[in-house]
Write a protein that binds this ligand. Structure first.
Ligand SMILES: [Zn+2]
Length: 103
């Protein structure tokens, strides 16, 4: 049984501030699907995960699955996009702090 990960680029319409880049950036929305294969035939597809990746520094942010699904289904409605952006800011704030205390 082999495991494989497939990344599908969905869109880059979400724009928000990246704390690593220190600027307003486009974030690439990816769907990651893990596949199980047997003799090169896909036998199982796991529930996909969703990521936002900064176009410049490639900072990856894993979205809560429910929000990722909502973005897919509602074509990036303003409410979901705003929620994704605020979670992203919170995640980056945590990581920026963590890396500066390690130094
Ligand atoms: Zn960035």
């Amino acid at each position: 049984m082999g495991m494989d990960k497939k990344y599908e680029f969905i869109d880059d319409t979400i724009q928000c501030h990246c704390q690593w880049c220190g600027a307003e950036k486009h974030w690439h929305f990816y769907q990651e699907t893990e596949l199980a294969s047997l003799f090169f035939i896909t036998v199982w597809r796991f529930t996909p995960d969703y990521f936002l990746v900064c176009e410049t520094c490639q900072y990856p942010f894993k979205l809560p699955r429910s929000l990722g699904k909502q973005l897919m289904a509602n074509q990036y409605d303003q409410h979901s996009a705003d929620l994704a952006a605020s979670l992203l800011v919170a995640d980056q704030t945590l990581n920026v702090k963590r890396s500066s205390t390690n130094e």
